[in-house]
Ligand binder design. Structure first.
Ligand SMILES: [Fe+2]
Length: 178
């Protein structure tokens, strides 16, 4: 029998449903992409100049590895049910003292909506929805296919690009002591 707390959670239609992806910083993206593919069985979805997007399910990317001068956790993304819940989540996080650091917007690879936050522990989290669903017929595209027009870093262009506070947080959670 469901507990009262579980029933309450079930009524929260705009809550996160599950993790959908993690993004890692790496000084060795090509090598890491190869390892993820050959040893762990991930499939390459798309490769931009900076980021290898890979998956192990129908989400466009389950893990992505981006070029960086350090090896760190860039962010983890929670799947929200829909557009509205990404927006309402942004409002709730702001009310709780953790305002949107980047967003709202819509990414290129994966076509997913986003709002980014820095959580109470300093970890960057993303609320996302409408993640592109792929199967074996999906054709990976390369850096020449993923180019933004000048001044754009997402499909809408209504939010400024990520600022220094978010960028610093995206390099702070290290895999090994610095
Ligand atoms: Fe993400």
């Amino acid at each position: 029998m469901a507990t009262a707390a579980a029933r309450t959670r079930g009524l929260r239609k705009d809550r996160p449903q599950r993790l959908t992806h993690v993004v890692l910083n790496s000084h060795a993206v090509d090598e890491t992409q190869r390892f993820l593919g050959e040893a762990l069985g991930f499939t390459l979805a798309d490769r931009t100049v900076a980021i290898a997007f890979m998956n192990c399910n129908s989400d466009h990317h389950t893990i992505a590895v981006g070029i960086s001068d350090n090896d760190a956790l860039n962010h983890i993304a929670f799947l929200m049910p829909d557009f509205e819940s990404v927006m309402r989540g942004g409002g709730r996080m702001g009310d709780a003292g953790f305002p949107i650091q980047w967003g709202p917007g819509r990414h290129g690879p994966g076509n997913n909506l986003f709002n980014y936050f820095i959580d109470p522990f300093g970890v960057v989290i993303e609320y996302t929805a409408e993640v592109e669903q792929v199967d074996e017929s999906y054709k990976p595209r390369g850096p020449e296919d993923w180019k933004w027009p000048p001044g754009r870093v997402d499909q809408w262009g209504i939010s400024p690009p990520p600022g220094p506070v978010l960028k610093e947080a995206q390099k702070r959670v290290l895999f090994v002591p610095s």
